[in-house]
Design a protein around this ligand. Structure first.
Ligand code: GLA
Length: 338
């Protein structure tokens, strides 16, 4: 639904996210524990006309998308495909003339594309619950990029709660805010690796899960014993990651509720090993960074965060334990700014 008002100046903001734990679990209806962060994307401008026309602070070329766009993937430059994806799903009654600015590193695994989608959908007048907003933006991502992403990124951006991580059940689509203990810092480390193969490798992992589920039934309900029915050792490892990762999400959420940094950290180290060895989505750079953090005093745990194949590491630490990296704080979700 779009409640756009012609000629009205609009400013919308949406946060990126960091996922504390629960990667490659959302698209099989599993558990995730992300938080919206204090870095994000702002879309501002004036509604009217028949084009969505946006300049970007990170690309010289603007996005110029007709409001009746049929094929978002054909649009140039490539960042404008996300604009086209949102326009094709929100179907605004009028265009928009404005700009996009962001404090997020683009393509670093902190959901810069989800933040753009969510902020733009709001700027185009989308009206609905955070879950409805997330679903529209997840569809936008699918048609813009062809990557069959789950709902975590868009839902974290839409439904963020200040000072809280979000325990999301991606089957029930429920969001339970989990308070972050004040004496624990969340630090994001970006080694600056590009993520070129991420799209096709991501789709490959998702297809592997589909094949597993044909044998085991839904992975969110499967046990490790069910994996014995598989005769492919690679699929067995992929399934083992998903099943054990869902358990680790619960462990981390419970550890945070108790303020137990040690137990929270153990779940994070184990998650990284599982993503590295069983799901095979890490890189030597991310592994080296996580290994270095293991030897750093005051670091409870660390892991790659997001889809992998590059991107960032997230660490849970005593405040100030990694003096060269600033902590991120858990932010509220996307909003229209008055
Ligand atoms: C990307 C996707 C999410 C999720 C993560 C991995 O960020 O957009 O839906 O699958 O990868 O956990």
């Amino acid at each position: 639904m779009s409640g756009i008002r012609i000629g009205r100046r609009v400013r919308a903001w949406a946060p990126g996210r960091v996922n504390l734990i629960g990667d490659h679990t959302d698209y099989t209806g599993g558990l995730v524990l992300p938080m919206a962060i204090d870095l994000g994307t702002r879309v501002e401008g004036t509604s009217g006309g028949e084009l969505v026309w946006l300049t970007s602070a990170v690309d010289d070329l603007p996005a110029e998308v007709p409001i009746d766009i049929a094929d978002p993937m054909s649009v140039q430059p490539s960042w404008a495909r996300y604009v086209a994806g949102v326009v094709s799903q929100v179907r605004p009654a009028a265009g928009f003339d404005g700009s996009v600015t962001t404090t997020l590193p683009v393509g670093a695994g902190l959901s810069s594309s989800a933040a753009l989608e969510v902020a733009l959908a709001l700027a185009l007048g989308f009206e609905g619950t955070p879950l409805e907003l997330a679903k529209v933006c997840q569809s936008a991502e699918h048609v813009a990029s062809g990557v069959p992403c789950g709902i975590m990124d868009q839902l974290a951006s839409a439904a963020g709660v200040e000072g809280h991580a979000l325990l999301i059940d991606c089957h029930e689509l429920t969001v339970e805010p989990v308070p972050l203990p004040p004496d624990l810092a969340v630090v994001v480390l970006n080694p600056g690796e590009s993520r070129k193969l991420a799209g096709s490798a991501y789709a490959d992992r998702r297809h592997a899960c589909n094949r597993i589920e044909l044998v085991t039934g839904p992975l969110r309900e499967a046990s490790l014993a069910d994996l014995a029915k598989l005769d492919d050792p690679v699929l067995m490892r992929r399934g083992r990651h998903v099943i054990t990762e869902n358990e680790r999400v619960r462990e981390l959420a419970e550890a945070l509720a108790r303020g137990d940094g040690g137990a929270a950290g153990e779940a994070m180290w184990a998650s990284h090993v599982s993503l590295r060895d069983d799901y095979e989505v890490s890189t030597p750079t991310l592994d080296a960074l996580v290994d270095a953090l293991r030897d750093t005093p005051g670091v409870f745990g660390a892991r790659l965060t997001g889809a992998g194949f590059g991107g960032c590491v997230v660490a849970l630490t005593e405040p100030g334990a990694i003096p060269w990296a600033s902590p991120v704080t858990a932010s509220a979700g996307a909003r229209i700014e008055r």
